[in-house]
Design a protein around this ligand. Structure first.
Ligand code: ADP
Length: 447
């Protein structure tokens, strides 16, 4: 087991990882920018190192400074959290070259999954169902038209190097395709420095369902069931559930089995998430994230397993603590992402939190790094906390969520709490009857 882990992140996830390390008796080092000197994770860590000024590229993305912080403090492993350097293959390689363990998969696995065309090809080879589409990048308009005619309109043009939902164009006709191809290529070139695009069938009303998987790096793979993250705004997840209201145990076991086997065959190490669109009973792979996800606590709530403990165990060579048959799904869990944003316009609302009171009681978990008097710096994302509620079934979970949201007080800044108070009373949400477009449509209708 590791002696000392350096946490290369901030906010709620830095605290989340710190808690897991403390439980395992591991010393913690955190790195932080000058804007985060009074952050909770800095206060609670055994050691902290200031690595630079507020802009992330000069601090949380500064590989040299982070490696230097490892050497100064004698950390033997780094947990990257999510975002920042968590899916940076070069970072994983550099740590390995310094004999510091990256708590995550190999640089090569990160690289394969970071390229969307390569990821899709790999998924297909491993027997994971993918969206019908072009076999790799599209070379010219003629090929685009041929592929689109073959799979049928509407189609979506996506950037190979894409991410964060950017650079996608939907084409409903051949004329759309001509224009879309041209814009998608130039946008991709400008945004990602790589203008390769590919085409796939556009699904009209899918749900976003993702499988939590783990590999031990030695040929064993397991799945921890799915999360339904269909409630999104601008491709950003807002509300996540486990299990999905749309799947039954049989479908879960089938897709879970496929994913676990793929992870085993790949020789993958650590936590991963295989994301699908799901429509009419079929799964279509869209991408794999090679890290811990923001929404991992809903999986922890229904399985009772600490996923960060598992990440640390696997990375230190101790293997997974569970076999597939030990993983049971109990009840239902929902997570709401609480952002310091205007609940109607979603404009960030940094500033000082004058009062912060979190709900409690059975089945209620709040993961947050903020406190009364905390000043939210304007430099980073606006997530200030996550409310995760668990119940024996979805109805009980929703009842508990409603009262937990009522108890939650954040003064001094705008938050998305009022949006969740509306959603929890909505009949479609109560019925679990929504797809990836539901929230955008709901917000547009409200205006
Ligand atoms: P990114 O890496 O940019 O987030 P993804 O491939 O994960 O891109 O897709 C992001 C979102 O775009 C999906 O969650 C979904 O809402 C939409 N999307 C992607 N592919 C399709 C598709 N074939 N049909 C319909 N919607 C899609």
């Amino acid at each position: 087991m590791f002696q000392k882990v350096l946490i290369a992140n901030r906010g709620e996830i830095a605290l989340r990882v710190l808690r897991a390390c403390k439980e395992l008796g591991i010393q913690t080092v955190v790195v932080h920018s000058t804007a985060d000197s009074d952050a909770m994770h800095v206060r609670l860590a055994d050691e902290s190192v200031c690595i630079g000024p507020p802009p992330a590229r000069e601090s949380y993305l500064n590989i040299h400074q982070i490696v230097a912080a490892c050497e100064i403090t004698g950390a033997d492993a780094v947990h990257p959290g999510y975002g920042f350097l968590s899916e940076n293959a070069k970072f994983a390689d550099i740590l390995a070259a310094h004999n510091i363990t990256f708590i995550g998969p190999s640089g090569d696995h990160i690289r394969v999954m970071g390229d969307k065309i390569e990821a899709k090809r790999t998924a297909k080879r491993l027997g994971i169902p993918v969206v019908p589409g072009s076999d790799g990048a599209i070379s010219d308009e003629k090929e685009a038209k041929r592929v689109a005619a073959e799979i049928g309109y509407p189609v979506i043009i996506k950037a190979s190097a894409g991410g964060g939902g950017r650079g996608m164009k939907v084409a409903r006709t051949e004329a759309d395709l001509e224009v879309g191809l041209h814009t998608a290529k130039s946008e991709a070139g400008a945004a990602f420095g790589d203008d390769a695009v590919y085409i796939e069938k556009y699904l009209e009303k899918p749900r976003h369902i993702e499988l939590q998987v783990f590999g031990d790096g030695a040929g064993r793979g397991v799945h921890f069931g799915e999360r339904d993250c269909s409630l999104q705004r601008r491709h950003q997840k807002v509300w996540e559930e486990a299990n999905s209201p749309a799947l039954n145990a049989e479908e879960r076991a089938r897709i879970g089995g496929i994913c676990a086997k793929a992870i085993a065959d790949l020789g993958y190490s650590g936590a991963g998430t295989i994301e699908f669109l799901y429509e009419n009973g079929e799964f279509y792979f869209i991408e794999m994230n090679t890290r811990l996800q923001v929404e991992h606590p809903v999986t922890e709530a229904i399985t009772g397993i600490d996923l960060v403990h598992e990440q640390i165990r696997v990375a230190s060579g101790g293997g997974l603590s569970v076999r597939q048959e030990d993983i049971k799904f109990n009840g239902h869990a929902i997570e709401c992402r609480i952002n310091a944003e205007d609940p109607r316009t979603f404009t960030p609302s940094p500033g000082t939190i004058t009062h912060f009171h979190t709900p409690g009681g059975l089945g209620v978990r709040v993961d947050s790094g903020v406190y009364s008097g905390y000043r939210i710096p304007p430099y980073y994302d606006s997530l200030i906390g996550k409310l995760i509620v668990h119940g024996r079934n979805r109805v009980e979970c929703m009842m508990r969520l409603r009262r937990a949201l009522d108890e939650f007080v954040v003064d001094g800044t705008k938050t998305t709490l009022p949006l969740f108070r509306d959603l929890v009373g909505n009949p479609d949400i109560a019925n679990g009857d929504y797809d990836i477009h539901w929230l955008e449509k709901y917000l547009a209708d409200e205006d």
